[in-house]
Design a protein around this ligand. Structure first.
Ligand SMILES: Cc1ncc(COP(=O)(O)O)c(C=O)c1O
Length: 390
């Protein structure tokens, strides 16, 4: 990947990028600048692709009030991971019937807190959690998360830690009914930045089987499928267009459920926010480790602990732009902290111009999601990543 070959128009229209860049010129680095109109466009595209679905924004992707307010006013619902996210969303006047507690790992006292705030929709994937729900949130709608395939093709996999096998999911649905809860549906998440659309096919097939078995053998009519996130943002590793995801996934749904679809929920995070944000950093130092060393090390003032944790295992490869042009050379990119884990890309080689120098800016494109919230409070004394919303 030659930075100088990077075509900004693959990621932003020139007006949007100029606007973000001009604003960033007035700011200290590192900082994130988010163009909120891009968020709305992403939302519109998603809703056009899935006109039959309800959108629950995964707040964890970027919980800035500017984003939450925008999505609130567009009628979005919210997928919440903790009581702290819940407080943020409720404080903006979102009514509890637009909120779902999507984390399967939760304390009984937090379930109670959600229930007291009026939340009546909960994810689960274990018997212990389900029993807590029956006690602390009686009568609520519950949906059971299943394990799915697709770990190898998701850039940021999520299954394994969350979800259960289909047989256990069916046991949990039956138990939910027996405990007086409302067995509402099945959820899955095929992994974030899932590049294989077929992962939804396999997951929807599992869900169809569960729906049918429970209806035929236990008289339980599930009403909802929560298809999670996993929709693509624009990074270096290419994906299909969102419209292709939408048409293919819709086809999978129709194949298994015909025209009479259950209620469909989507929980996008990354795909709504990433493309809207540009993270701006500055080169701190450039060095070589030996006279004949082939690669330069480029240290920037943002690293793993400043918000780029998704460079772990070089999972997410952000497109990087610099104003400098000319001959390029492969570099190793690292962050500013005194921790040797703070190396961003060493195996995957970015090529940056030979004339790049300390003080030059690097623009990390498509960095609006999962950056501000991952940034450490004070590691090595560095402050958390600052963000600005245009
Ligand atoms: C339960 C749940 N829903 C939705 C999402 C958002 O996924 P994505 O960012 O891939 O859209 C996540 C991400 O961690 C999640 O855990």
């Amino acid at each position: 990947m030659h930075s100088t070959d990077l075509d900004i128009s693959d990621y932003y229209d020139s007006q949007t990028f100029s606007r973000i860049k001009a604003y960033a010129d007035t700011l200290e680095t590192p900082c994130l600048v988010v163009d909120t109109s891009t968020v709305l466009r992403q939302l519109d595209d998603l809703m056009a692709g899935f006109p039959y679905a309800k959108v629950y924004y995964a707040v964890k992707a970027n919980p800035a009030p500017e984003i939450l307010t925008l999505l609130r006013d567009r009628g979005c619902n919210f997928d919440i991971a903790s009581r702290y996210e819940l407080d943020k969303v409720l404080a903006l006047g979102v009514s509890p019937d637009r909120i779902s507690f999507g984390n399967t790992i939760k304390k009984a006292k937090d379930i109670r807190y959600f229930y007291e705030q009026g939340i009546r929709m909960f994810a689960t994937d274990s018997e212990a959690d389900l029993r807590n729900l029956a006690q602390a949130a009686p009568g609520s709608k519950v949906y059971v998360r299943i394990l799915t395939e697709g770990i190898a093709t998701a850039d940021w996999p999520l299954s394994r830690k969350f979800g259960c096998q289909s047989d256990m999911a069916m046991d949990l649905v039956i138990l939910a009914r027996d405990l007086g809860l409302d067995p509402y549906g099945i959820s899955f998440h095929v992994g974030s930045q899932q590049r294989d659309i077929g992962a939804w096919d396999a997951a929807i097939g599992k869900v169809a089987y569960i729906f049918e078995r429970l209806r035929d053998e236990d008289g339980i009519n599930l009403r909802m499928i929560n298809m999670g996130g996993g929709f693509p943002a624009n990074y270096i590793t290419k994906t299909n267009e969102l419209s292709t995801y939408a048409s293919e996934i819709t086809r999978f749904l129709r194949e298994d459920f015909g025209d009479d679809l259950p209620e469909i929920i989507l929980e996008p995070g990354r795909s709504l926010i990433s493309n809207a944000g540009v993270l701006v950093s500055e080169v701190v130092l450039i060095s070589r480790k030996g006279r004949t060393a082939l690669n330069r090390w480029v240290y920037t003032d943002i690293g793993k602990f400043g918000g780029l944790i998704e460079t772990m295992d070089e999972a997410i490869k952000f497109p990087i732009y610099t104003d400098k042009t000319g001959e390029t050379e492969e570099v190793i990119l690292a962050g500013p902290t005194c921790d040797s884990a703070d190396i961003l890309y060493e195996n995957y080689k970015y090529s940056l111009p030979l004339n790049l120098a300390a003080g030059d800016r690097l623009y990390w494109l498509s960095a609006g999601a999962y950056t501000t919230t991952y940034s450490a409070i004070e590691f090595n004394g560095f402050p958390p990543l600052k963000a600005y919303y245009l």
